[in-house]
Design a protein around this ligand. Sequence first.
Ligand SMILES: Cc1cc2nc3c(=O)[nH]c(=O)nc-3n(C[C@H](O)[C@H](O)[C@H](O)COP(=O)(O)OP(=O)(O)OC[C@H]3O[C@@H](n4cnc5c(N)ncnc54)[C@H](O)[C@@H]3O)c2cc1C
Length: 538
Amino acid sequence: MRLRDSNINKLDQDVFDALIIGGGINGAVSAAALSGKSARVALIDQRDFAGFTSQQSSNLAWGGIKYLESNDFGLVWGLCKSRNHLMENYPSRVKEIRFYSTIEKGFRFPPRFIWLGTWLYWFFGRGFTQTPRWLPRRTVNAEEPVIRTDNFYGGFEYSDAYLHDNDARFVFQFIRSAMDRGCIAANYVESLGARRENGIWITRARDGMSGREFEIRSKVLINAAGPFVDEHNQKTGEKTAHRHVFSKGIHLIVPQITKSHRVLTFFADDGRLFFVIPMGVRTCVGTTDTRTESPFSEVTEEDRLFVLDNINKRLNLKKPLTREDIIAERCGVRPLVVGTGNGKGNERDWLQMSRKHEIDISNETAHISIFGGKLTDCVNVGNEVAGYVSAMGIRLDNPDYKWYGEPHRSVYDEYMQQAKQMNLDGYTSPDAIEQLSQRLWRRYDRQALELLADIREDPRQAEILIKGTDYLRCEIRLAKQQEMITKLDDFLRRRSKIALVVRKEDIRRAEGLMEACEILFEDQAQTKFDEYFAEHAA
Ligand SMILES: Cc1cc2nc3c(=O)[nH]c(=O)nc-3n(C[C@H](O)[C@H](O)[C@H](O)COP(=O)(O)OP(=O)(O)OC[C@H]3O[C@@H](n4cnc5c(N)ncnc54)[C@H](O)[C@@H]3O)c2cc1C
């Protein structure tokens, strides 16, 4: 039986210690922390895991240099610590990257002032990264000729970190590790609301694929529904001290702008930081920050023009970027926290306080709501939630278990030894930007050992299955067994980033895609293929 069916059948069989609503980053880390510490946990998401906000980020693990401007030193101090912690614990997934910034004449601060700010930021980052570097015009011209320097006023380089794969894969890896520790997780299962009876939460759930409704029982209910936290609390009658307001942000993915593997940063016409982020053989450009009322958002023509205009103004491109260069788009809302009494959230909330996470608890009803947050701060969220659940009287048999981080170095050494013996890197595709051994380790860590065994048994497993991508036959097999691919979009957009870097029409024509569908969906392959292209027709 497929993993999802088997998990759904278990959801109404037990009283769980905790049920988590939402499999974005906040729900995923809560599940990984609690199941790692031995709680009996279930998690459901109405969409795919990371299928809402957590697939729309800038893919950065960063200390928030821009919050220095609003004097929110506490926030930057904390985020820098979280960033360093992620880099230490995920050496292959969260990596240091240089940010290359130029300041134009007329900017609101003199460059030397900002230069001092980068040193302050480095100090807040406990000197964990490379030191900042001042950039005279001739250095910028020599190192990044793609940057226009005709209106140049000053430049500097500093470090932060980025998620090497996409954000959604990073989130899924927490879901996977939670499932490895006994969590019963299922995607496309919606909570219709919950009631409390005799000290137990009873959540009414609907399987989005079959339409079947059932009930899930838990001692604690954790609302990690991201932009829908308030809506879900209304359904359960929970009152909280905080609530969300939304800021919309978009990114456009375009052909590679520079091969340097730096993030180019500029201040856009509206004064906000604006990034050109490397994404393998592509470049991701953005973002915007527009206040909005609804959690549902889409890229408008105005958004596209804003991003394209800003980038064209600041880069020396042979041909300005146009709509035709856009390979894929990302759009989401940041769920930002404000106090419940705060009207629409005042400007101070908007710029500063709202960028933190807040966790509201009700010991009386054993209910937890997670507001705001960032991918960067995810380990803290997981630990805090586990602490609150324990304080509610749930016994955690393994309270000190370290539930996050890549496996011990010895597992990596063993993997690399085996990879070397079988000359795994000899299978690396000529177009790949990194060796196969590195890519498989980063995506699967200890499961990569299983892939090596598959390839040893049958070298065809190391063949690229979907032409124009890096994905091997054995990876698709593993995805089928372990990654709960329910729709083709789950694989193309979130477990992999194919849909972000390959144009839709090229995906449709890609040799091997139908064979991948047959592995993933067996007799439903054609239906799932058609469903994907019908949903992504535009
Ligand atoms: C444009 C943009 C750029 C960003 N850049 C960065 C960055 O570079 N670095 C960083 O650290 N952070 C960044 N962020 C912030 C970060 O992405 C978000 O704060 C984070 O992803 C929110 O995660 P979440 O788990 O709270 O919400 P979500 O990811 O939205 O997860 C909530 C989940 O709950 C599910 N759900 C909702 N209602 C129900 C229900 N009734 N039943 C079942 N499931 C339900 C949804 O389907 C969803 O999957 C960015 C955000 C945006 C929008």
